[in-house]
Design a protein. Structure first.
Length: 458
């Protein structure tokens, strides 16, 4: 049955729905049972971050839809809706919610910033159907369009470059009169180029394309700030980098109660320090946000626009490079260098060099090296489900949760090591390692007699 719907301007109460997709193998080695929306950006989960951004825009009526999960329920607290499979059921649930007015719908795994969310909320107030977009990049994958001004007439699924000029993201505004149309969403990517072989999943972007076919006028807002749909591990690296760059907005120091800051050298910038921290004999190269109960001391160098999680200890001439996020409860000691993202409980010590994304409670041993560049300085190709991807971030090394490394392990650029792995001393890791793997070096040694007689002594 075809719905009877109109383009009437709707105003009134503002609501938002966040869709938490199920686990996605493409994010290996960081796949979570709760989906990508619980992965950390700036030391908070994407879901928490998006809820806070929505609340900052005055939206309090927020529904979170995801699989049954204590983690998601804890983050969402109220208005948590459960679905068992990512099928049409999720769109039926949205259509069945008693939403009093227009609604903003977005994926929980989407990184965007306050200014662009504020612009999208303006469409919400106007009751105008709109979707988030940015200029299309060569050979990228996703949904795209070629708008006429700001009006979209067709949304393509994974199009060839010459068909589109705008990337479409999973964040949109629907007027109240169009919410019920979600129940008619069908499988697949909607409009595709010949031979593109779409899968049988349900997508918010293709739902919007179907509504265009039913007569909805859809506008596009082109983001003025970075936006990332996090599907791959290097996109998690990218989103954290963008989040760090927002620290350039710091304009003054803010030192929490019980914190001590002394003998600090600052080249520029400001500090936002939590409670009960001890910071002494440290160099700051720019802005830095520091959590509670953090110890920074004894010659540590902190680069510009860094974030340091609560309970972490960084000391003894360690180097934290610019735009790096150190997770909560980390120990970085004895000359270690880190550039990228570490999650909760990581330890990195004794001259190791880390470049990439490191999961929860990973043990980085002495002398470990994560290489940054190939000899030809080219971007490292990453193959996922048979497709090759390249970007400015695909060089990063990714280490899954609860993995440990031996001394002097070397990781080539762009490799991923799964969760609960042990990589032995001296191993050169040159290709991906699946979860639950022990990787050891088999070496051949030569043993001969030796002694003083070799030097002429009796």
């Amino acid at each position: 049955m075809t719905p009877c719907l109109t383009n009437i301007m709707d105003t009134g109460n503002r609501s938002a729905v966040i869709l938490c997709n199920p686990p996605d193998s493409r994010i290996f080695p960081f796949a979570r049972e709760e989906g990508n929306s619980v992965l950390p950006v700036g030391n908070e989960s994407l879901l928490e971050r998006n809820i806070n951004i929505l609340k900052n825009q005055g939206i309090q009526d927020i529904y979170v839809i995801g699989k049954q999960s204590a983690v998601l329920k804890r983050i969402a607290v109220d208005n948590f809706c459960v679905f068992e499979e990512m099928q049409n059921e999720i769109f039926l649930q949205i259509a069945g919610l008693e939403i009093p007015g227009n609604v903003l719908i977005m994926y929980g795994s989407l990184y965007l910033e306050d200014g662009d969310m504020a612009a999208l909320v303006q469409y919400l107030d106007q009751g105008t159907a709109a979707v988030l977009g940015r200029p299309w990049k060569e050979q990228e994958s996703g949904f795209g369009a070629c708008p006429d001004g700001d009006r979209i007439h067709t949304i393509y699924g994974h199009p060839r470059d010459h068909y589109v000029d705008t990337r479409i993201f999973g964040a949109c505004v629907l007027p109240k009169s169009w919410i019920s149309a979600l129940q008619y969403t069908v499988r697949g990517a909607g409009v595709i180029n010949c031979g593109q072989m779409p899968d049988e999943q349900y997508y918010l972007e293709s739902a919007l394309g179907q509504m265009i076919g039913l007569g909805m006028e859809l506008h596009v807002y082109i983001c003025e700030r970075p936006v990332v749909q996090i599907r791959f591990p290097w996109e998690l690296f990218e989103a954290n980098r963008y989040c760090c760059r927002t620290l350039s907005e710091l304009k003054e120091d803010c030192i929490g109660a019980g914190s001590m800051v002394q003998d600090v050298y600052r080249k520029q910038g400001f500090l936002k320090v939590g409670k009960n921290c001890r910071i002494r004999r440290v160099t700051f190269e720019g802005n830095c946000v520091i959590g509670d109960n953090v110890v920074l001391e004894d010659g540590a160098v902190i680069g510009n626009n860094c974030m340091i999680g609560s309970g972490s200890v960084i000391r003894h001439s360690c180097m934290i490079h610019e735009e790096t996020v150190i997770g909560p409860g980390n120990k970085v000691d004895f000359g270690a260098e880190i550039s990228g993202v570490t999650m909760e409980g990581t330890a990195a010590v004794h001259g190791c060099e880390v470049f990439g994304v490191v999961g929860r409670y990973v043990d980085i041993a002495a002398g470990v090296v994560m290489a940054v560049l190939r000899f030809d300085d080219a971007q490292v190709p990453r193959r996922v489900n048979g497709r090759v991807y390249r970007s400015a971030y695909t060089n990063c090394v990714c280490i899954g949760d609860y993995t440990r490394t031996g001394v002097h392990t070397t990781f080539l650029p762009g490799v991923s090591v799964g969760s609960r792995c042990a990589v032995g001393p001296g191993v050169l890791v040159e290709k991906d390692v699946r979860d639950n793997t022990l990787l050891l070096l088999r070496q051949e040694t030569v043993q001969k007699e030796w002694g003083s007689a070799r030097y002429g002594w009796q």
